[in-house]
Every structure is written in structure tokens, then in C-alpha cells.
Design a binder for this molecule. Structure first.
Ligand code: ZN
Length: 166
């Protein structure tokens, strides 16, 4: 999935988990697990420049970098707005950001072209990469669905996560 649904979901889980634990490792781990669960849902990873991606199979065009920048900016705006509007305490902000980091960690490790080859060679990170790949929805399944499904699932996840953060 895109960064926005991953971060919002992990942030929402962190907010609600904080009522029974303030343990940052547990909060991080819950965010991490949410990443695999969301990747199992049909979705598009490439929105901007999708046609070029389908034609060439090249993931890391300039359009992809633009998408990542916009994606990070969007989620920073939404999360920043919610934190300010709902007056999260400093401790809750810390937990929400740690959860959010957990929620995006698999993609930070495996999808960033500057180091993803390297992380695949480090034992525990290589195991993580295997889990990440296995959890991800299979293209053979997703391609049987109408192509817009990949957008709607992510919009639905974002709406639910924002509602949970309110
Ligand atoms: Zn992922």
C-alpha cells in the first residue's frame, strides 16, 4: 500500500493500544504487523505514472519519487492536523509516531532503491523481507479484480484510520 494508509492505520492502532500499553517496542511491533495485514489487501503501489509502470515495469521512475514525496507530505499533513486538532499529549504523540514508524518500516527496508539490496543480505532483515513478500497480495489475484479496486481499498483504509484517530 501507499505510505498514507500504512502510517494512518499504525498511528490509529498506536493511539488505541496506548490505553493498555505504553511500551514503545510493543507499539512499534503492532505498527509493523499492521503493515503486513494491509499489504495483503488488494491495492496499487504505483498511482502516479501507473501507465508507464505497466508498460515498462520500471518502478523507480521520476514519477515514483514524486509519488513518494506527495504521499509523505499528505500523511504528515493529515497526522499533524489530527494531533493538533485533537490535542494529543506529548506522550501520545511519541507513541503514535513510533507506531507510524513501525507501520512504514517494511517499505523503508525493502522498497527504497538506495539500500534495499543491502537489507536483503542482513539475516534478520532478510527474514523480514521474506515475510513482507509473502504477506503481499499476489498480482495473479489482484489482476482479476477491477483495476480501481486498488484505489478504493486504500481510501477506505484511510477513512477508517482517520475515524479511529478522531
Ligand atoms: Zn509493504
Amino acid at each position: 500500500m501507499l505510505i498514507t494508509p500504512h502510517v494512518l492505520t499504525a498511528a490509529a492502532l498506536a493511539k488505541h493500544s496506548s490505553s493498555f500499553t505504553k511500551n514503545v517496542l510493543i507499539i512499534f511491533f503492532i505498527g509493523l504487523l499492521s503493515h503486513y495485514a494491509l499489504d495483503a489487501v488488494p491495492h496499487w503501489d504505483v498511482i502516479v505514472g501507473r501507465r508507464e509502470y505497466l508498460q515498462t515495469g520500471i518502478f523507480y521512475g521520476s514519477n515514483t519519487y514524486l509519488q513518494v514525496v506527495l504521499d509523505f507530505a499528505l500523511v504528515a499533513l493529515i497526522l499533524g492536523f489530527l494531533i493538533k486538532r485533537k490535542r494529543f499529549s506529548p506522550e501520545l504523540v511519541k507513541l503514535v509516531l513510533i507506531g507510524a514508524l513501525g507501520g512504514v518500516t517494511p517499505d523503508l527496508l525493502d522498497v527504497v532503491p538506495f539500500w534495499n539490496d543491502l537489507t536483503g543480505q542482513i539475516p534478520i532483515l532478510a527474514e523480514q523481507q521474506t515475510v513482507h513478500e509473502h504477506a503481499h497480495v499476489k498480482a495473479s489475484f489482484q489482476n482479476q479484480l477491477p483495476s480501481h479496486t486498488g484505489v478504493w481499498t486504500q481510501i477506505a483504509v484511510c477513512i477508517l484510520a482517520v475515524l479511529a484517530l478522531l
